[in-house]
Ligand binder design. Structure first.
Ligand SMILES: C[S@@+](CC[C@H](N)C(=O)[O-])C[C@H]1O[C@@H](n2cnc3c(N)ncnc32)[C@H](O)[C@@H]1O
Length: 315
């Protein structure tokens, strides 16, 4: 499993973080989505003086990453937590500011390829979808307990699903017969509901419903929204944050947070920046970047990545 996993946009991520690491005596980078530690391992190999604070909410990921990073254990601290708890984690680690922060959002191949976690619409599995299996409702429990209007809302908002209402109606009718607990049963149900012409377009028709359920089960967007200002506040001057997003909802949140952080604080209409009112942050490049065609060829997961990067330029 570990060997099969190719970290997305690895070289570009290292290149973007390098200026915030090189030239520092004891640089510290937070990998807020440690996963199988592909990015962290490469960073530790490339920068012999770097310390990584690795965070993941998934205990299986923590186990794999810990093994994979064992030869670097003196330069790694791993936390089983969500990345929005950065203040608490940095307090525990004993630092206020860090030189780099990486978020590689979404699901890991460990989660996606697992036969009992329910993240994938293309393999039969119990509908769990919790990244932290000790907390919160499973996807099957969401399907069993949410009202039709709440189901419709999450499918529309988190899945951008045109047929949200129809799918929600079908889920409520189907669960009257028996609980919907398996991925295949949910996929079949969605296929029956989505009209044939729409089914032929846009990939697997269950993709958007699975995305919506995963986001709901894990509170993914609210955590991201809460975490970004905290992360930016904890970047040292010269420090950089790099975010890899895999769907437009999370990329929009990142874009908004970065635009707000880089906006000048001088009141509009004044011809010059007032002292102390300049922005503390600058975009490393405008907008977002995609993976190269050559990367997508060897790693299809890179197809949807959008990379954004920001630097702290003033205290
Ligand atoms: C795409 S994978 C990261 C892969 C990693 N960069 C690598 O190279 O192996 C995303 C990981 O982030 C974790 N994750 C997602 N949301 C999280 C959150 N809010 N807090 C902590 N970890 C999170 C998931 O459990 C998953 O292991």
């Amino acid at each position: 499993m570990t060997e099969l996993h190719l970290p997305v946009s690895l070289n570009r991520t290292i290149e973007l973080l390098a200026p915030s690491i090189e030239g520092k005596e004891h640089p510290v980078v937070v990998d807020g989505t440690l996963g199988l530690a592909g990015h962290s391992l490469a960073l530790l190999e490339r920068f012999p003086h770097l310390t990584i604070i690795g965070i993941d909410r998934d205990s299986e990921a923590i186990e794999h990453a810990s093994k994979r990073l064992s030869s670097y254990s003196s330069r790694v601290r791993i936390y089983h937590d969500t990345y929005d708890n950065l203040r608490g984690i940095l307090g525990n680690f004993g630092t206020e500011y860090v030189d780099g922060i990486l978020l590689d959002l979404g699901v890991s191949s460990l989660q996606l390829d697992s036969d009992d976690r329910g993240f994938s619409y293309s393999r039969e599995s119990a509908l769990d979808m919790r990244m932290n299996r000790s907390r919160g409702l499973t996807a099957a429990e969401v399907l069993a307990t949410y009202s039709e209007s709440d189901l419709s809302r999450i499918l529309r908002e988190f899945g951008e699903e045109r047929f949200a209402k129809k799918i929600a109606q079908a889920i409520v009718a189907e669960r009257e017969l028996s609980p919907i607990t398996s991925s295949n049963r949910l996929v079949e149900l969605i296929k029956q509901v989505i009209p044939a012409p729409a089914r032929r377009l846009g990939g697997n028709p269950a993709k958007r419903t699975f995305q919506a359920l995963r986001i709901e089960v894990n509170g993914e967007l609210s955590i991201l929204e809460r975490a970004l200002p905290i992360a930016l506040e904890r970047l040292a001057v010269g420090g950089r944050m790099v975010v890899l997003s895999f769907q437009s909802l999370e990329d929009k949140i990142v874009k908004r947070a970065f635009v707000e952080a880089t906006a000048k604080r001088t009141p509009r209409g004044l011809p010059v920046d007032l002292p102390g009112m300049e922005s503390k942050f600058a975009l490393v490049f405008n907008g977002s970047e995609k993976a190269s065609e050559s990367e997508i060829l060897i790693n299809p997961r890179a197809t949807s990545v959008r990379i954004r990067a920001i630097e702290r330029v003033a205290a």
